[in-house]
Ligand binder design. Structure first.
Ligand code: SF4
Ligand code: SF4
Length: 339
């Protein structure tokens, strides 16, 4: 059996990425939350429940990922999970920085939740804390250990940038020691704080890893970590000539919901008022053009249109102006199963 596969987009299931608040106790250097675009509200429980119902009623299996800000700062998070279960969401995950506020581990059971998904951006406290804030490494590890001890299934998300790619291969032993079930490698997007920093940064100190370095480090590290008994997922990012390009905005059913009612289909659009949908009065309404849908329809030789617009630094052209490779949809993943 082959252990590695590209996870194809599917229109048959809904993936709901629900930011129930934007407030957070941390100030990560690479945070993608943009209060000017996403608002600063903490959604009341009854609004969250009404919005969950909208997606539960779409008539497809729906996976719910609860996000912030830091979602465990929401005092009603446990009730949100229980409502999602009642509405028969196919899976429920909480993404957290590991501080686990409001005694959330005592207010949920492992049968209520599919995964707690923790974020850590370094194999060492030095590297992680430089990106996520002093003390965040120890707090995250302590949160993971408490969650694992209570029987919860756990994932860990590692966002790769030039600041931490060197430590990615060291993550295997830490993940094994912590008892993590799934490891998600992410690629840093130039949105939120990174977009602000990119303006100020010298071109010789890019935040995003170039293609050669990515290909030299990430696939091998992912495979070695999977060999330790975890499922590992990483973004494709760079397409080979024989691989097809597909825009998830056209062929998948993903929703990125923010507390101000904006609903995006593409995370790379989130720094702009380009959302194609909005939640108002308990209804999901289409926005008038021009919105992200008009961008998904464009066919360009560089692959992803939004990548071309907001992070062209990861493209390379030959002398005739032809792109040397195409950039995949940011949601296209490779998955490696444990042996
Ligand atoms: S923990 Fe998440 S939401 Fe909070 S600052 Fe860091 S990246 Fe942003
Ligand atoms: S990241 Fe690019 S390819 Fe993916 S949904 Fe957005 S515009 Fe489409």
């Amino acid at each position: 059996m082959t252990r590695k596969r590209t996870v194809a987009f599917s229109p048959r299931a809904v993936n709901l990425f629900f930011h129930i608040l934007t407030r957070c106790n941390l100030k990560c250097r690479h945070c993608y939350i943009n209060p000017d675009q996403h608002g600063t509200a903490t959604l009341p429980l009854n609004t969250i429940e009404n919005w969950l119902k909208v997606f539960a009623d779409l008539g497809k299996p729906a996976n719910l990922i609860l996000l912030g800000g830091e979602p465990t700062l929401h005092p009603d998070l446990a009730a949100v999970v229980q409502t999602a279960r009642r509405l028969q969401f196919a899976s429920v995950t909480i993404d957290t920085n590991g501080y686990l506020f409001h005694d959330i581990l005592d207010r949920l059971t492992p049968t209520d939740l599919d995964y707690f998904s923790f974020s850590l951006d370094g194999a060492t406290a030095k590297t992680n804390d430089a990106l996520r804030g002093r003390g965040s490494y120890d707090a995250c590890l302590a949160g993971i250990r408490r969650a694992v001890a209570k029987g919860f299934s756990t994932s860990l998300i590692y966002t790769v940038s030039t600041a931490n790619i060197d430590e990615l291969p060291q993550m295997g032993s830490l993940l094994e020691d912590l008892g993590i079930d799934r490891f998600f490698i992410q690629v840093l997007g130039i949105r939120g704080n990174p977009a602000l920093q990119a303006d100020r940064m010298a071109a010789d100190r890019p935040l995003q890893v170039d293609r050669d370095r990515w290909l030299a480090v990430v696939p091998t590290a992912a495979e070695q970590i999977a060999d330790r008994g975890l499922t590992v997922t990483y973004p494709k990012v760079f397409l080979s000539p024989r691989e097809n390009f597909a825009c998830a905005g056209k062929v998948a059913d993903n929703y990125f919901v923010f507390p101000n009612g904006r609903v995006y289909r593409c995370p790379l659009c989130e720094d702009f008022p380009l959302h194609s949908l909005t939640l108002e009065k308990g209804r999901l309404d289409a926005m008038p053009p021009i919105n992200e849908n008009d961008l998904f329809a464009l066919d360009i030789p560089e692959g992803c249109v939004m990548n071309r617009l907001i992070q062209p630094g990861n493209l390379v052209y030959d002398a005739d102006g032809v792109p040397a490779y195409r950039i995949a949809c940011c949601m296209l993943k490779e998955e490696i199963l444990p042996p």
